[in-house]
Design a binder for this molecule. Structure first.
Ligand code: ADP
Length: 394
C-alpha cells in the first residue's frame, strides 16, 4: 500500500487528477490523467510515473452520461485499487478564486466553503466546478482531509496601487480589484528561481505563463508585485480564445448599438476572441504556426506584440528587469513566439541565443544579454500536492 495525496483540478466538462506518494523534496506523480467531455461523451486518459499512457484494460471504466457527482467516487475507488493499492490521505484542489482573504492554501471547512461560495460571481466559469468537486469528495469520503489551493493567493503580496482600478472608491472597497490568476504556476516558478539564478533569484523577474490562458507576473524577492490579469481571467494578454485587455467602450458599444445580450458578450470575449477570433482558424498556437494563412500569422504577431507591450509595462512596476521566464504550453514550446516577443524587447537589453531558443534550452539568452531569459516548465499540480501534504501532515 502506498500513502498518497490526490490532486484534482475540476472544470466545467473536465476533471484532471494526479496522485503523489508521500515524499520529502520534489513531489513526483505516480499517476496523472484526465476525464474530458463529462456529461456529453466522457473520455478517460491517464499515464504512469514515466508518462507512458495506461493500457486500455488498466483504465477506469466510464458510464457514458456520468456527471462529476458519479465520476468522483468512481475515480477515488479506481485510484485506491490501482497497482497493488493506494491509500489516499488527503485531496488537494485547484480553486480559482480565494478573494482578498486567502493568502495561501487552506484546509477545507464548512466556513471556508461558505466564504468561497460568495466568490462564485467573480469567477462563474470555474469557481462553481472547483467547489462542486470539493463537495463531491466530501460526500463520498467524509473523513478525507481536503486542501484548497488558490490561483489568486500568490498575488496577495501586491501593493494596494497594483490592485486598484481607477474606479470610485466604494467599488474598490466592495472588492472590485485586480486579483490576478495563475498563482499556482507563479508559485512554482518562484520556488525554482534560486536553483537557476542563485542570488539573482531575488531580483526583478517577470514570468510569462503562456498557455491557452495567458498572463504575466512581475516579481521582486520572488513575490508578486504586479500581474496582467485583473478582476477576472479575461484581462491582460491576448489568449487562445479570450481577448485580453479591451477598451471597455467596445463592450458598451456592442451592447447598446449591436444589441448583444450579456450572454452573447460573455461568449464573444471568453470563447470567440483571442487567437481563434483573430485568425478565424484555431485557438491553438501550434496549429497557427503550421498554417500558411496570413490570418494565422497576424494572430501570432498580435499575440507577441501585445505580450511585449504588457511585459514592458510590468517591468515599470519592478523598476527594470533581470530575468524573464517563459512557461506553460506556448512559453515552453514555441521558439517562434519567444523570438517574436524578445525581438521587440532588445531595447531592454534582452538578446536571445537562437540555438538555445530553438532547442527549448533552460537558458535561451546570450552570455552578453543584460536580462537572463529562461524556459522553465511549470508544475501547478506539484504545488498543490506539496501544500496538501504539508497542511495535512501529522
Ligand atoms: P492550458 O492553459 O490549457 O493548460 P497549455 O499550457 O497546455 O494550456 O498550452 C496550450 C497551448 O500551447 C496551445 O496553444 C498549444 O498549441 C501550445 N503549444 C504546445 N506545444 C506547442 C509547440 N510545440 N509549438 C507551439 N505551440 C505549442
Amino acid at each position: 500500500m502506498t500513502d498518497a495525496v490526490l490532486v484534482l483540478n475540476a472544470g466545467s466538462s473536465s476533471l484532471k487528477f494526479a496522485v503523489y506518494p508521500h515524499a520529502e523534496g520534489e513531489p513526483t506523480a505516480i499517476l496523472r490523467g484526465k476525464i474530458a467531455g463529462i456529461a456529453t461523451c466522457p473520455v478517460f486518459s491517464a499515464s504512469d510515473a514515466t508518462g507512458q499512457p495506461l493500457p486500455q484494460d488498466a483504465r477506469m471504466p466510464l458510464p457514458p452520461d456520468a456527471t462529476h457527482a458519479d465520476l468522483i467516487p468512481a475515480l477515488l475507488d479506481w485510484i485506491q485499487s490501482h497497482r497493488g493499492g493506494v491509500t489516499l490521505t488527503a485531496a488537494g484542489h485547484r480553486v480559482v478564486h480565494g478573494g482578498r482573504r486567502q493568502t495561501g492554501p487552506a484546509r477545507v471547512s464548512d466556513a471556508l466553503l461558505e466564504e468561497l461560495d460568495k466568490l462564485v460571481p467573480l469567477a462563474p466559469l470555474h469557481q462553481p466546478h472547483n467547489l462542486a468537486a470539493i463537495r463531491c469528495v466530501a460526500a463520498s469520503a467524509p473523513d478525507l482531509p481536503q486542501i484548497a489551493c488558490f490561483d489568486t493567493s500568490f498575488h496577495r503580496t501586491q501593493d494596494r496601487l497594483a490592485q486598484l482600478f481607477a474606479l470610485p472608491r466604494a467599488l474598490s472597497d466592495a472588492g472590485i480589484l485586480r486579483y490576478g490568476f495563475h498563482g499556482l504556476s507563479y508559485d512554482y516558478i518562484a520556488s525554482t528561481l534560486p536553483a537557476h539564478l542563485g542570488t539573482r533569484a531575488g531580483g526583478r523577474v517577470i514570468a510569462a505563463h503562456l498557455g491557452n490562458g495567458a498572463s504575466m507576473c512581475a516579481m521582486k524577492n520572488r513575490q508578486s508585485v504586479a500581474t496582467s490579469m485583473g478582476f477576472t481571467a479575461l484581462d491582460g494578454l491576448m489568449m487562445g480564445q479570450r481577448c485580453g485587455a479591451l477598451d471597455p467602450g467596445v463592450v458598451l458599444y456592442l451592447m447598446e448599438e449591436k444589441h448583444l445580450s450579456t450572454a452573447e458578450v460573455t461568449h464573444l470575449l471568453y470563447s470567440d476572441s483571442g487567437l481563434l477570433g483573430v485568425s478565424g482558424l484555431s485557438n491553438d498556437m501550434a496549429t497557427l504556426e503550421a498554417s500558411i494563412a496570413p490570418e494565422a500569422r497576424e494572430a501570432i504577431e498580435l499575440f507577441c506584440f501585445r505580450a511585449a507591450a504588457e511585459l514592458a509595462g510590468l517591468a515599470a512596476a519592478i523598476g527594470g528587469l533581470d530575468a524573464l521566464i517563459f512557461t506553460a504550453g506556448i512559453g515552453e514550446n514555441s521558439a517562434l513566439v519567444r523570438r517574436l516577443i524578445c525581438d521587440r524587447l532588445n531595447w531592454m537589453g534582452i538578446t536571445l541565443d537562437p540555438n538555445g531558443n530553438i532547442r527549448n534550452a533552460r537558458f535561451i539568452s546570450t552570455a552578453a544579454s543584460a536580462v537572463d531569459v529562461l524556459v522553465i516548465p511549470t508544475d501547478e499540480e506539484g504545488v498543490i500536492a506539496r501544500a496538501t501534504q504539508d497542511l495535512t501532515r501529522g
